[in-house]
Design a protein around this ligand. Structure first.
Ligand SMILES: [Fe+2]
Length: 125
């Protein structure tokens, strides 16, 4: 059963979807169940996936990893998301640019950042 706000990926075609409302059914793509991507929170080696949230003038800066993540054609961060007091913003990235995003907004009481690496999956802070 699909979960609200969860990310699912098709292991055949690569489609990635996010659930905006959990209706109770299972998600299927290319004839098979989609795989729910776990929200990973700790890198076993260098911390190059866990998002780092920093309050800066006028908003929040989110960087991917305390060690910068590669942004190569075959290995890169596809998007960074910040949820601040229930308001969600995403920035979509591409190879060759920095794995970071600025999200304008007031200081928030609750913050959650997620990012998606095309090889290593979903990460949360
Ligand atoms: Fe990665």
């Amino acid at each position: 059963m699909a979960e609200f706000h969860a990310i699912y990926k098709c292991e055949i075609c690569g489609n990635i979807v996010e659930v905006l409302f959990a209706g109770g059914g299972d998600l299927v793509c290319c004839g098979q169940p989609m795989k729910q991507m776990p929200e990973q929170t700790a890198d076993s080696t260098l911390e190059k996936h866990v998002p780092v949230i920093e309050r800066v003038e006028g908003g929040y800066q989110v960087k991917v990893g305390s060690v910068p993540h590669p942004m190569l054609e075959n290995h890169f961060i596809q998007w960074i998301e910040l949820e601040a007091d229930g308001r969600v913003c995403k920035k979509f990235l591409a190879p060759g640019i920095e794995a970071a995003a600025f999200f304008p907004g007031p200081e928030a009481r609750t913050l959650k950042a997620r990012e998606f690496c095309n090889i290593h999956g979903l990460w949360r802070a």
